[in-house]
Design a protein around this ligand. Sequence first.
Ligand code: PEP
Ligand code: CO
Length: 466
Amino acid sequence: MQNTPSSDGISANASPSTHETWTPSSWKSREARQQPLFENDAELARVVEQLAVMPPLVTPWEVNRLRGHLAEASQGKRFLLQGGDCAERFDECRSDIIANRLKVLLQMSLVLIYGLRLPVIRVGRFAGQYAKPRSADFEGEGEERLPSYRGDMINAPEFSRAARQPSPTRMLTAYERSALTLNYVRALGEGGFADLHHPEQWDLDFVTSEQLRDEYQSIVNAILDALRFTEAVSPTPISNTDRVSFFSSHEALILPYEEAFTRMSRDGAYNLSTHFPWIGKRTGMLESAHIEYVRGLRNPIGLKVGTDSDARDLRAILDRVDPAREPGRVTLITRMGAHAIEDTLPRLIESISSSGHPVLWTCDPMHGNTEVTDDGLKTRRFENIQSELEQAFDIHHACGSILGGVHLELTGENVTECTGGARGLEAKDLHTAYQSEVDPRLNAEQALEMAFSIVQKCRTMRSTIA
Ligand code: PEP
Ligand code: CO
């Protein structure tokens, strides 16, 4: 699939210069990694044709609003909370799961707003997070050798030939489930669910820690007091306390899908399958098809940055995707690991700062801290996640830059996938409710605890500086 010639006739694997005209399909002239091998190209073309005329999921003005918010976050005026599943599943497009995920994001954002005294930008890894990069194309040996699971947009995780066969029609289902999810997210954000006057609706079902409950309750009480006071002294109710906005994001991985949702607007091309597409570590190389694809979008874009990211390459990528040096256009999502961040992040910050690119720096403390238990389960330790985040705050402060957000894998469900946290989950407990087919997520209680930990860290930093 990656070798299909593009409509402007550039053949596969040529290396066009960046001066070449960008089109929604110009990525086809570059090497596209992590793409599934579909058996039937005609079927893929039919699906893409159908998707290309479907209503978009988001609008250009929402995308522009998010870009403006991210620009402010890069200046320390807002804080970005980006979170959700590593991979959404088709059969988890359920009202309870969506509402619980929203609830935990809402609760975390409340803690952050109150603790940091900053508006929080809520971005979900949802309504499109259906495709995954994998380290190997195949799993198993000989007769048992099957394509790897690449997310529900491509195939199914069961280890059978039928389940693992990539099918283009799954992209139609991914679009439909994304639309259903976003529709519900928008409805919940509009009305009673997110009304700050009724935080009792955001109960803490899964939180067992008394301390966490008490701390949360005292924030809720303080907010209610403030609202009542303001509404008592002001004759008109404060607007927007009864609704909240959520933006959507996903890894822009499967390029025919992303291309189908690339629509031309008066001021340029927008990917309208999501507000905030990001490029993962395995596809974000300078000459990659993925960088070529996002180069021409008006959307804000995220770029994952790991320990092996070279500062010079990263500068070249920024020159390519953000030649105008527009605040809010690029968010760098560093994911280095608690043990490596100290050696890697400072020189990257120095290099990017001196390049003059006004990026928003955020930290993904999940993906550099993955390990495998003796039982073969992928897990992450709460204390390593917390440590990477705290170090990121310190390093940015020492370098005179700003950590403007956090990127977490989490769920509103009571899963046991990461160890540690208030409930003291240990490796032996992980089997109790381990559900992820890919990466381990913070459960609702651990996620809320992480929000308190961020606030605690920022308060300590402020009091040290003061
Ligand atoms: C992810 O965010 O799920 C992911 C695969 O991240 P990365 O590209 O940083 O490994
Ligand atoms: Co992941």
